[in-house]
Design a protein around this ligand. Structure first.
Ligand SMILES: Cc1cc2nc3c(=O)[nH]c(=O)nc-3n(C[C@H](O)[C@H](O)[C@H](O)COP(=O)(O)OP(=O)(O)OC[C@H]3O[C@@H](n4cnc5c(N)ncnc54)[C@H](O)[C@@H]3O)c2cc1C
Length: 259
């Protein structure tokens, strides 16, 4: 990446003027991920700090602006879904990263092991994008996970968490080799609208959900993980990750049976 232009638009009109007519630009939010290796053809960076996406509106649905950093969210002590969102965001990298990394940047960064998409998938979050001339596109996070390329050059404005999960109890387990390491396996479970729901992330090429009226078995989860594709990488072999899912499932079942 050889940067020839660095722009900082003051409003959306300026933003869309700067992006019109060419593809070789990238948004910079916290800047912890935009790197030379990733975007070989990019010559223009557009800093979106002044577009006003650094808000949290917590009336009914929870609206989180894409420019909110992990630390900013954590400092609100928000208890949405009985603190599930807070528990997840509090683990997202070391504190030095959480202080500058934005939630929107994490979602758009697109690494398969990321912390945010599994929890957002469980909580049925919506993502709000702005297209040219400020046209609004609201999509389910599930559609984003399944077809990321479609949203590559769109501007993420905010994340919406539905009110219905506000007081839900969710089992959340994130396993990483060390406290501040990236996750190896993320497991979320609970009962939503009378149905069992489990979400697995970080160990597979993308997070996935299983929803069933019947008890979900660990065999079903493992079969789905294999179908989606379990990553064999520096964090461990796919066999190791299946064992982790097994252990997380066991813990989930124990917690569920106690309640
Ligand atoms: C040491 C270290 C440890 C880390 N550990 C973890 C971890 O444990 N778990 C984890 O999940 N992540 C981890 N990360 C990744 C980190 O969370 C992300 O780098 C960060 O969230 C990206 O946010 P950012 O604001 O810095 O985005 P940037 O680097 O500015 O941007 C990232 C990407 O998103 C795009 N983008 C950003 N904002 C928008 C927007 N509003 N609309 C459209 N596109 C946008 C950019 O163009 C770029 O492609 C770690 C990173 C580091 C450096």
């Amino acid at each position: 990446m050889k940067i020839e232009n660095y722009f900082k638009p003051k409003d959306l009109n300026e933003f869309f003027k700067m992006t019109q007519g060419h593809d070789h630009w990238k948004v910079v939010a916290g800047g912890t991920f935009v790197s030379r290796q990733k975007y070989v053809k990019v010559h223009t960076l557009i800093d979106i700090q002044e577009l006003g996406f650094d808000y949290i509106n917590d009336n009914g649905d929870l609206h989180i602006g894409s420019m909110v950093t992990f630390t900013e969210f954590i400092e609100t002590n928000n208890d949405y879904a009985n603190g599930t969102l807070l528990s997840s965001f509090a683990k997202c990298g070391p504190i030095t990263v959480r202080n500058i990394a934005t939630i929107g940047g994490n979602i758009m960064g697109g690494y398969y092991w990321n912390d945010t998409t599994p929890v957002l998938l469980f909580l049925e979050a919506k993502l709000v994008f702005l297209k040219e001339s400020s046209e609004i596109l609201e999509i389910n996070v599930e559609d984003f996970i399944n077809d990321r390329a479609k949203y590559k050059n769109m501007l993420l404005k905010e994340i919406i968490l539905p009110e219905k999960y506000r007081n839900e109890r969710v089992f959340f387990n994130r396993f990483a080799r060390t406290e501040s390491d990236i996750p190896t396996s993320i497991f979320l479970g609970g009962i939503v609208n009378g149905k069992n729901k489990i979400v697995i992330g970080a160990s597979t090429v993308k997070p996935f959900a299983i929803i069933s009226e019947d008890e979900i078995t660990v065999e079903e989860i493992k079969a789905k993980a294999k179908e989606i594709h379990i990553m064999n990488d520096l964090r461990g072999s796919n066999e190791y990750k299946l064992k982790l899912i097994n252990a997380q499932y066991k813990e989930y079942k124990e917690t569920k049976d106690e309640n």
